[in-house]
Design a protein around this ligand. Sequence first.
Ligand code: DX5
Ligand code: ZN
Length: 216
Amino acid sequence: MPRIVAPSMLSADFGHLDRDTRMVDRSAAEWIHIDVMDGVFVPNISFGFPVLKAIRKASAKCLDVHLMIVEPERYAERFAETGADIVTFHYEATGDVRGCIDRIRRAGARAGISVKPATPVEVLRDILPLVDMVLVMSVEPGFGGQAFIPEALQKIAGVRAMARAQGLDTIIEVDGGISARNAGEIYAAGADVLVAGSSVFGAADPEAEIVRMLGA
Ligand code: DX5
Ligand code: ZN
């Protein structure tokens, strides 16, 4: 799978959401990452359906929605119907992993599952055949601008090995603390999609930063 960058709209300027979405839309980034936080699963609240809808209107790119909410099965369908192409939820956030995957898929979106830094990727072994993507968190979910946790590199390799052993081409996404400076080693560890918030939107030239990440 070719390298993909997914700029995280959490770091966009919400006073100019349309402008920032259109910037990503014309950039070399193929996906747009959308962080939904409920203030319960994580100690922060971001945004929900109206913002997703506005981004959907401004871009035809793959909308990659990262749910950091408890009981994601309650809202999975609605996110898919509002325009998400991929809906990713946290393993730690639900007692019904399989039910949540079913709901996302039935609503027509691809399904992803994510693990926090302290959760070993081995918990996902039996779930891998049911999902399109695994999202390895390389920071504690909740906030942009944190430092990359290096242990994520072994976790990426672990997911890649588990997928290969089962004959699966599971997409591996990594999220948190990523810039052109460390993108090369994260792709090399086996990642397909790198999420980047503060490094892209904080760059003097965000489109050039995306190109630098892809070539890192
Ligand atoms: C954190 C979010 C990330 C965040 C990444 O909980 O899941 O997507 O936007 O931000 P940076 O790239 O600044 O670490
Ligand atoms: Zn995210």
